[in-house]
Design a protein around this ligand. Structure first.
Ligand code: FES
Ligand code: FES
Length: 159
């Protein structure tokens, strides 16, 4: 069995796993980080999005062994203690979650979007979220949440 070593939310982890273990299953089952969700297992829904070396990736599309040596951030790694990450706070504020099942993947994708494009248009936000399916919100409040974080950062940068 391959020996897999990676950093997850700042912690070094090292385990032997069967070669066919998906990264999402490794995160949820081996590490007990169940904030990363599985909505489809067919790479469509985006509920499983985590950051791999700073980029949002569907964790059901990657084997754990392929992430050997990588830096992984899951939804559990975003908040600082009791302080929510600004994107998490904005989702809550703008009512960007209803059932909440898609939320971890949405938040991880949204954080990556603003890292790459701090000032996206509404179309760019909607385009970026094409790989994330939400069955509840109609996306409007999710888009508003992302826009409010982008606006906040702009205001902070100008201050
Ligand atoms: S569980 Fe990975 S895309 Fe749906
Ligand atoms: S809030 Fe339910 S799927 Fe998005």
């Amino acid at each position: 069995m391959p020996h897999v070593t990676m950093t997850v939310n700042g912690n070094a982890v090292s385990e032997e796993v069967p070669g066919h273990t998906l990264l999402v299953d490794f995160i949820r089952q081996n590490l007990g980080l169940t904030g990363t969700h599985v909505g489809c297992d067919t790479s469509q829904c985006g509920a499983c999005v985590v950051h791999v070396n700073g980029n949002s990736v569907k964790a059901c599309t990657l084997l754990a062994a392929q992430a050997d040596g990588a830096e992984i951030t899951t939804i559990e790694g975003l908040a600082q203690g009791d302080n929510l990450h600004p994107m998490q706070a904005a989702f809550r504020e703008a009512h960007g979650l209803q059932c909440g099942f898609c939320t971890p993947g949405m938040v991880m994708s949204a954080v990556d979007l603003l890292q790459k494009n701090p000032n996206p248009t509404e179309d760019e936000i909607r385009g970026w979220l094409k790989g994330n399916i939400c069955r509840c919100t109609g996306y409007h409040n999710i888009v508003k949440a992302i826009q409010s974080v982008a606006q906040q950062s702009k205001t902070e940068a100008a201050a």
